[in-house]
Design a protein around this ligand. Structure first.
Ligand code: ARG
Length: 461
């Protein structure tokens, strides 16, 4: 019945309770294609080292092809008794090749260097998938920005009206954050680009196998420089969990804005029917569930990171079974984002912005007060005084229920003799926005420049 990898010094199989605790097949079976790729590469170095004849290598590779078909078609199914993906595949290979040849593949490798390598392979593939999904989201935001080149909105700090900004500028601020997430994924890949094959259980192999050749076969640029580190380190997983959690947090911040913008009180956006949900009881409802799920799932992504960090903390070198806990958090982070990102991108791409509403609120809350102060500064007034004069304008208007641009020439002069009627030239939203024309500012020319850079960046990936 059960094929154990360590029969020699044991008199019986594991208890059922241990088997249940020990099993990881229910989550590591997804590594089967990577495990088989590792086995192919391993067979080749065994052959190169003279440990498999030409004929044995041919039969071994054919057996591994059959094994891959059996996995694909479901002929081979892992069971709890297999414990993990490596053992299940060994059972499958032994069934295909028989014990004499099938039993040769394990020489010079350990599940410890296997799992450390396969984890990297899996995450590197998924980092690329996530990178593509993230590029779609950046693209959707860039398209929305491009579709609204001159729409203005209230820019906020402390969620209070601060200064008017271009809607495109605000949307591109989110793209900047996502572009850094994409960059982090690529940068992470550089460090994960190391195969642990050849590390064995922890000390390396005595069989003259070439770890560099396996590494190249599996798409890595290098093999581990230290077999202990190769098998014991999991910072590749923790860092992946961080990069994906950070992406989740960035999604959540945009999600929160969309939730608020979608309220009756804000009325900045309308969600497309296909990307919003209704209520089972309240017929009028149209809910921003995608944004809420993004906000909620960011908590889960953070949990995956903190859980993994807690597992790694205080683990002595080299391999410890605790390390089996490294997989579920990062697999879950991949699964979560691979479902979330397409929905989120669809929501963004189909969002309708209400330009009139945004424009109407852009100058509200005396958001042009800074423009008065800076107008005075340009005419030589010290900023401390200018700030006070602009503040006095607000103080004058607020109780009278009027806006800054309603002040008459006499009222302006009454507030300060420095406030000549020309100040009104800066008391428009478009004038305010256009005046912030330094690099990174919200002036249309700068936002267009930014949009071009982000587009080029995305195209160059
Ligand atoms: N299933 C194990 C893991 O995921 C593979 C390595 C097991 N090694 C061992 N010596 N028990 O970490």
């Amino acid at each position: 019945d059960r094929v154990s990898l360590w029969g020699g010094r044991f008199s019986g199989g594991p208890s059922e309770a241990l088997a249940l605790l020990s099993a990881s097949v229910h989550f590591d079976w997804r590594l089967a294609p990577y495990d088989i790729a590792g086995s192919r590469a391993h067979a080749r170095v065994l052959h190169a080292a003279g440990l498999l004849t030409d004929d044995e290598l041919t039969r071994m590779l054919a057996g591994l092809d059959t094994l891959a078909e059996h996995v694909e078609s479901g002929v081979l199914v892992a069971t709890i008794a297999d414990e993990d993906v490596h053992t299940a595949l060994e059972r499958g290979l032994l069934d295909i090749l028989g014990p004499d040849l099938g039993g040769k593949l394990r020489a010079g490798r350990s599940r410890n260097d296997q799992i450390a390598t396969l984890g990297r392979m899996y995450l590197r593939d998924h980092a690329r998938i996530l990178g593509r999904l993230l590029a779609d989201l950046q693209e959707a935001l860039i398209e929305q920005a491009a579709a609204h080149p001159d729409a203005v909105m209230p820019g906020r700090t402390h969620l209070q009206h601060a200064q008017p900004v271009l809607l495109a500028h605000h949307l591109l601020a989110h793209v900047q954050a996502f572009a850094r997430d994409a960059d982090r994924l690529r940068d992470w890949d550089r460090r994960a680009d190391v195969s642990a094959y050849g590390s064995g259980a922890l000390a390396g192999s005595s069989l003259g196998l070439d770890p560099e050749s396996v590494a190249r076969d599996l798409g890595f640029s290098a093999s581990a420089a230290n077999s202990i580190d190769g098998t014991a380190s999991r910072d590749f997983a923790a860092e992946f969990a961080f990069v994906t959690a950070m992406l989740g947090v960035n999604l959540s911040r945009l999600a929160e804005e969309i939730i608020v913008w979608n309220t009756k009180e804000f009325s900045f956006v309308t969600l497309d029917d296909a990307f919003s949900t209704g209520s089972s009881i309240m017929p009028q409802k149209k809910n921003p569930d995608i944004a809420e799920l993004a906000r909620g799932k960011s908590g889960r992504l953070i949990g995956n990171l903190t859980g993994l960090m807690a597992t790694l903390k205080a683990l002595p070198l080299a391999y410890n079974r605790d390390l089996q806990e490294d997989k579920e958090p990062v697999f879950d982070s991949c699964d979560t984002l691979e479902v979330l990102l397409p929905a989120f991108t669809g929501m963004i791409a189909t969002l309708t912005f209400h330009r009139e509403r945004l424009a109407e609120l852009a100058p509200a809350g005396f958001s042009l007060a800074t423009d008065i102060a800076e107008w005075l500064v340009r005419r030589g007034t010290p900023f401390r005084v200018a700030h006070e004069v602009a503040g006095a304008c607000v103080k004058y208007c607020e109780p009278r229920g009027i806006e800054l641009w309603d002040l008459t020439d006499d009222q302006l002069a009454e507030i300060s003799p420095e406030l000549t009627p020309e100040v009104r030239s800066v008391l428009t939203v478009s004038g305010s926005v256009a005046s912030r024309d330094g690099r990174g500012g919200t002036a249309p020319v700068r936002v267009a420049e930014q949009l071009g850079e982000l587009r080029a960046d995305l195209a160059g990936q």
